[in-house]
Design a protein around this ligand. Sequence first.
Ligand SMILES: [Zn+2]
Ligand SMILES: [Zn+2]
Ligand SMILES: [Zn+2]
Length: 155
Amino acid sequence: MKTITQSINKAQTECNHLGIRLTDKRRNVLQLLLEAGEPLSAYDVVDRYKSSKGETLSAMSAYRMLDFLLQAQLAHKLETTNQYLACSHIACEHEHRIPQFLICDKCHNVTELGLHQRLVDELKSSISDTGFVLASQQLELHGLCNNCQTKQEKG
Ligand SMILES: [Zn+2]
Ligand SMILES: [Zn+2]
Ligand SMILES: [Zn+2]
């Protein structure tokens, strides 16, 4: 497990490298997402920003900060739930793959898995055969995590 500090430092280095600015506010929002450990709506971000930083962030600014993080691939948006989460691979050295999210509908835990390009290409070609145009390549799969399955068995 990478620590939050490691992820923030790596994000800072990446942004410098890309020539984009991870301002204090953007970094704070990233930190909130990392600390939450679960997906947050933009309004959750506003609430948490207020309680942890003692500053009011307007919903509009929250969306702007989140958009920046999405562009920089430091965060992802779950289209099916309209929530945001920090990328699980910020502190990793490997290349970022197209994410696939396993979303637990019970505890809302989300696991980010990188898809192999080969798999994505196969998926894309079978989808384009139908004439359908994908809005996003990321996959969001809903279900029950390992933890919740165990709890369910116990009743
Ligand atoms: Zn990611
Ligand atoms: Zn990784
Ligand atoms: Zn669960």
